[in-house]
Design a protein around this ligand. Structure first.
Ligand SMILES: *[C@@H]1O[C@H](CO)[C@@H](O)[C@H](O)[C@H]1NC(C)=O
Ligand SMILES: *[C@@H]1O[C@H](CO)[C@@H](O)[C@H](O)[C@H]1NC(C)=O
Length: 120
């Protein structure tokens, strides 16, 4: 009885710590063609996320579609300590638990959502 109780506690701790995996936002991601270029300004090609200090990161990449003449973007942002963050203009950006997939929920609607898969 006592031993199985201890076992349960250990199991719980193991489960909790696996939920606390730290996100790794930095790297290069390949954008998948999800966003509709006819109506949105979309990310294209590769997106680079670089950590520039403990609390900051930069996002950079190419743009295609309805971007008012813009063809590249560079966005400094606070480095999130979680797997979800909200960026101005871009929208809600989520990282998968294994840090390999980025999804972007655009405030402009689902046709402007984005998705990128980790390359490195
Ligand atoms: C995050 O991923 C990048 C690219 O794969 C890697 O170079 C870096 O070491 C990783 N950082 C951590 C803290 O795991
Ligand atoms: C992004 O993460 C937030 C917070 O965990 C969640 O509420 C939201 O549904 C997620 N969005 C997507 C598209 O996964």
């Amino acid at each position: 009885m006592f031993y199985s109780f201890l076992f349960l506690i250990t199991l719980n701790i193991a489960t909790i710590s696996s939920y606390e995996t730290k996100p790794n936002w930095s790297g290069t991601f390949n954008v998948t063609p999800l966003c509709n270029r006819d109506v949105c300004c979309c990310l294209s090609g590769e997106v680079n996320v670089k950590e520039i200090a403990y609390f900051f990161m930069t996002l950079s990449g190419k743009l295609v579609g309805q971007c008012n003449g813009l063809s590249t973007f560079f966005l400094p942002a606070i480095k999130p300590s979680t797997f979800s963050t909200k960026l101005p203009i871009v929208g809600v950006m989520n990282l998968s638990e294994d840090s390999t997939l980025v999804t972007v929920e655009s405030p402009l609607g689902t046709h402007c959502n984005g998705r990128a898969v980790r390359k490195s």
